[in-house]
Each structure stands twice: as structure tokens, then as C-alpha cells.
Design a protein around this ligand. Structure first.
Ligand code: FIX
Ligand code: ZN
Length: 411
């Protein structure tokens, strides 16, 4: 019998690996007002909104005033009925349709609406996660969001495959705007950020760590992120968040390079990217060796420096190809470069899914690209006389798609 080829062994391992999706914006059905699924949500993904507005003049105001179904129909008309849906996000819709056995070209948006569930229940969630080959999804949990806060305060049960991550953006990026909500939640904080106020912020975070039991804390930061920083956000990060994360052994996820609201008329679709300095990150990793940092950079130009920095610091775990980088060609380039510089010691990908069914196309694509890159790398090892067997491949693939993340969390 012929031995399976390296490409077959890699293909099998990557196709069958059970993924932990370490950063999403998904919620379980029990968080009903936040949970997003179904055809209209798939079509109104902010990636597609930005693309639809490129196809010709249109009023953003009118778009935002249109009910969800009408928005979805408009986007469908613009992106699928005139030109071919060639972009990553647009072709993703086809891949979702195919997974549900919908011929979207023949059946249109209504066909997709019939197959996908707009108000997901737990069974549907399990079905979609299984289709995507994902065991668990990590959420983005913001205690400053009043709707979300209510679910946590009511101790609404989570679906067992949803894991929490405590998101701290408002606290670090807009400290002046959290003073009043913190005070109304019973934490005595003022703009001066006195020692007493810092103790109160710490108490707030302790309470939410206790309530959410997150696997990490997270912040997204602008390309201009500086550290240390004498502003209130910088001081909260240094004096409260870092010590607390170290004490609880919680990694801090830093997602750097998001330039928010470059075009506010597009709302969530109006954010962009910018190249960041690596020096704040070096400083954090070096001066806070008791802390662990999960890091994703948004600009393509930062990818190489991030991996060089990861070579210097074991407490830095690079993760994912974020947002505008999550395309076939860029995931390939970045994954190849990461393997060449640090071997399989990173988290290959996260989905950033906002709508449940996104998991299907995003993970299918990431698997394909990673398989392509790995096949090439193992074939090189074989040329040097190294025996590449299925078991070794499975171990590496599992590391990249789930184990590295969980080991880092547990470290
Ligand atoms: O800050 C984030 O977590 C970003 O991923 C999102 O804000 C962004 O809108 C997104 O969905 C990217 O994929
Ligand atoms: Zn995100």
C-alpha cells in the first residue's frame, strides 16, 4: 500500500483539528439581544457594508435608517447582483450558503433566509460550531455595555461552548467616559485617579473577574498606543490592570493598530488600520515578566516586527491574522513568516466572527491556507531526511489551532 503523501496527512490533520476560536464577538442564545445569526445578519456584516458603499453613490443616513431586512437586501443587490462576489467577505457568504446546501445564485437571499436561523437556539449553535469544527468560542465581554451587563448581573447561564474574555477598551481608551458609569455602579472614581480611585477601579475589575471568570483580559489599542503613558488610561493599565492580571495569572490580549472612525458615516464599517511602534510592547514584555501578553497587530507592516519581538519574549504569544489581514494571501504570507521565525509556537488564527455562521467560512479558509503552508514546510523537512509522520503533524496542527492558546492561558 502507498504511504499517504505529506499533503494528504496535513490535509487530514488540518481538516479534522478541533479549533478553539480565541477571539470572537459572538454571544450565546441566552444573551438574546446580543446574539447574532441568520441571513440578514450575515449580509449586514460591517465588512460587507464597507464594500457595498464602494459600488456607487448612496446615502449612509438612509442606510442606517433602513430596517435590517432592507439593509441586507440592498447589500445583496449591490454585491451579488451586479458584479461577482469576489472579495473575501462576499465570497464567504457563498461558502456559508453552500454549507447549508443553499444555491444562493438560484435561491437568492430568501433561500439563505430559509436555511439560517435568525434567533439561534442552543441546538443550532452546536450545529454551526460542529460544521465549523470549533469546540469553543471566546467572546468579547464588555461590562460597560449596559445590555450585556444586565445578562451577567442576572447570572444568565452561558452555553457550555462559550468562554468569556473581559474587554477593557473603555477603561483604558476613554477613561473620562467611564467615570460616571463606574460611579453609578457604586465605585467611587473621579478624574484625578487618586490612590483611592485606583483601588476602586481594582475592586470593579475584581468583581467582574469573579462574575465573568474570563480566560483573559483584552484591550484594542490605536496605532498611536504608547507605554508608559501618564494619562489616566495609561496609569490604569500600569497600576491596576497589569498587577491584577499577574495576580490572577490572566493573559492580557493587546490588539494594536485599530484607527477608529476614520469615516464615522460608516459606523462600525468606518474603522481603519495604522502601523504601530513596537517599543511599547517591548517595554511591557520586558518590564512585566510576570504578565503574559496575547498580541495581534492590525497593520500588515507590523507583522514581521511582532514576530521578531516574540523571539525576544516568551511571555508574548502572537495570535491570529486580524480583520483586514484575514484574507487568503495575507494569512499565507503571515503564517509562512511566523513558522520561519518562531516555529509552531503561535496561535495561527482567530475568526473575529460577529455572526454565528461566519465561523463556517472563516475557519474553512484559515484551515486551507495553513494546510498549504504546512505542506510546503514539511516537504522541506522530508527532503532533509526527517521522517514526517501523521502523529507529529497532528501535534503541531493542534498546537497552532488550540493547544498553544490553552497552554498559554494555563501557564
Ligand atoms: O476590536 C475588535 O475586537 C475588532 O475585531 C472589531 O472591533 C472589528 O470591528 C472587527 O469586527 C474586526 O474583525
Ligand atoms: Zn474583534
Amino acid at each position: 500500500m502507498n504511504r499517504p503523501s505529506i499533503s494528504d496527512m496535513v490535509g487530514t490533520a488540518v481538516k479534522s483539528v478541533v479549533v478553539t476560536d480565541m477571539h470572537t464577538h459572538l454571544f450565546p442564545p441566552s444573551f438574546a439581544r446580543l446574539q447574532m445569526s441568520g441571513a440578514d445578519r450575515v449580509l449586514t456584516y460591517h465588512y460587507l457594508i464597507a464594500e457595498a458603499f464602494r459600488t456607487g453613490p448612496a446615502s449612509e443616513t438612509r442606510f442606517w435608517q433602513t430596517p435590517l431586512a432592507g439593509q441586507a437586501e440592498w447589500i445583496y443587490g449591490r454585491l451579488f447582483e451586479t458584479l461577482s462576489p469576489l472579495s473575501e467577505a462576499a465570497s464567504g457568504v457563498l461558502e456559508i450558503a453552500q454549507a447549508f446546501a443553499v444555491n444562493i445564485q438560484a435561491e437568492g437571499l430568501d433561500g439563505l433566509r430559509r436555511a439560517l436561523m435568525q434567533e439561534a437556539d442552543d441546538l443550532y449553535v452546536d450545529r454551526v460550531l460542529d460544521l465549523a469544527g470549533v469546540d469553543r468560542v471566546v467572546m468579547t465581554n464588555d461590562p460597560f455595555d449596559a445590555i450585556e451587563r444586565g445578562y451577567w448581573q442576572d447570572r444568565v447561564p452561558l452555553h457550555p461552548r462559550f468562554v468569556s474574555a473581559l474587554r477593557l477598551d473603555p477603561l483604558i481608551n476613554q477613561f473620562d467616559q467611564v467615570i460616571s458609569p463606574l460611579r453609578s455602579m457604586g465605585y467611587q472614581v473621579g478624574p484625578e485617579l487618586t490612590d483611592g480611585a485606583q483601588t476602586e477601579v481594582r475592586r470593579f475589575l475584581e468583581d467582574w473577574i469573579e462574575r465573568m471568570r474570563p480566560v483573559y483580559c483584552a484591550i484594542s489599542l490605536a496605532d498611536t498606543f504608547a507605554f508608559p503613558d501618564a494619562g489616566p488610561g495609561g496609569r490604569v493599565l500600569e497600576s491596576v490592570v497589569l498587577p491584577l492580571c499577574a495576580q490572577h495569572k490572566l493573559p492580557l490580549a493587546l490588539m494594536i493598530g485599530a484607527r477608529r472612525q476614520v469615516n464615522p458615516r460608516l459606523q462600525a464599517a468606518g474603522d481603519s488600520t495604522g502601523k504601530a511602534s513596537m517599543q511599547p510592547l517591548e517595554r511591557l514584555c520586558r518590564d512585566f515578566p510576570e504578565n503574559k501578553f496575547l498580541v495581534s497587530l492590525l497593520s500588515r507592516e507590523n507583522q514581521h516586527e511582532l514576530i521578531v519581538t516574540a523571539r525576544k519574549f516568551g511571555n508574548l504569544m502572537p495570535f491570529g491574522c486580524w480583520w483586514f489581514l484575514n484574507t487568503d494571501s495575507l494569512v499565507e504570507e503571515i503564517t509562512r513568516m511566523r513558522l520561519e521565525l518562531i516555529g509552531p509556537t503561535f496561535v495561527a488564527q482567530h475568526s473575529d466572527a460577529r455572526v454565528l455562521e461566519h465561523l463556517i467560512y472563516k475557519w474553512a479558509r484559515s484551515r486551507n491556507v495553513v494546510a498549504r503552508v504546512l505542506t510546503d514546510k514539511y516537504e522541506k523537512l522530508a527532503k532533509f531526511g526527517w521522517t514526517v509522520d501523521a502523529k507529529a503533524i497532528e501535534t503541531d496542527v493542534k498546537a497552532l489551532f488550540s493547544q498553544n492558546f490553552w497552554d498559554f492561558v494555563a501557564r
